[in-house]
Design a protein around this ligand. Structure first.
Ligand code: CO
Length: 262
């Protein structure tokens, strides 16, 4: 039976983000040298923008239908997701809709699919902290966040991170824990400093440094996370590399893929 891998990413029309997806794909190919690897983008908006630029990309549904038509019997669908939210539900629904007796699609779990994943992911975060960060400086990770129950996983990860390093902070854009919830901890750190610039590293806990990272995390506007930190007197130091480009975190996604590939 032919088997294949389909990597599902939100998608980005930003060239640096596309480069980083390409590097991640190379890693997947090295881990599965015998298996064809394809891409699908979940964002219709991104697909339309890319189509305007002459780059045709597939939705998950379209990519899976093509693979079934081409005689694949089994597809491991790699979700580049951090927490189980709406995106994960949609991928599972799409996989279930095309699966049948001779076409099986297994969706890989997000990094924080299970409660017990938090310490594993925390160790991977610690192993891939920004180069140049001194242990005396805080790192604030930006997660996406979701209104689904899976949002509670971010709080578990925040605890696991703090156990390893009390200067690791985690907040989300759309979930329960926001940047305003971590400001008191950052102020306490600054109050204990001997002086100097209160540098705070900002790093995405998102697979790819796309629009959320460029605009919502590092943007010049006062409402971006960098803007909020500046207005509080901190010196933000944004890291423009997505989590899929950080070796130890990419390895966790590869483990999830191995489980799905069976
Ligand atoms: Co979003």
């Amino acid at each position: 039976m032919r088997s294949g891998i389909l990597i599902a990413a939100f998608g980005s029309s930003n060239p640096a983000a596309r480069e980083s997806l390409k590097r991640f794909e190379d890693k997947v190919r090295r881990a599965f040298p015998e298996t064809p690897v394809r891409w699908a983008f979940t964002s219709g908006f991104v697909r339309r923008r890319l189509a305007d630029e002459g780059a045709k990309t597939d939705s998950v549904k379209k990519a899976l239908e093509k693979m079934r038509f081409e005689g694949y019997g089994r597809v491991a669908l790699l979700s580049l997701l951090v927490a189980p939210g709406r995106e994960y539900e949609l991928l599972r629904e799409e996989a279930a809709a095309v699966s049948g007796p001779d076409f099986k699609v297994a969706v890989s779990e997000p990094l924080l699919a299970r409660v017990e994943d938090a310490p594993v992911v925390a160790r991977a975060v610690v192993a891939s902290l920004p180069r140049g960060r001194s242990g005396a400086e805080p790192v604030l990770l930006m997660g996406h966040g979701t209104w689904r129950p899976g949002d509670s996983r971010y709080a578990l990860l925040a605890e696991a991170l703090a156990d390893l390093d009390p200067l690791l902070f985690l907040a989300t854009m759309e979930g329960a824990v926001t940047i305003h919830d971590v400001l008191p901890g950052l102020r306490r750190w600054r109050d204990g400093m001997a002086g100097g610039a209160a540098r705070v590293w900002l790093a995405p806990l998102l697979a790819v440094a796309g629009a959320h990272v460029v605009r919502d995390m590092a943007g010049d506007e006062p409402e971006s996370w960098a803007g909020v930190l500046r207005s509080e007197g901190f010196a933000p130091q944004p890291v423009m590399r997505g989590a899929a480009e950080r070796e130890a975190l990419a390895d966790v996604w590869l483990d999830r893929l191995r489980q799905a590939a069976g």
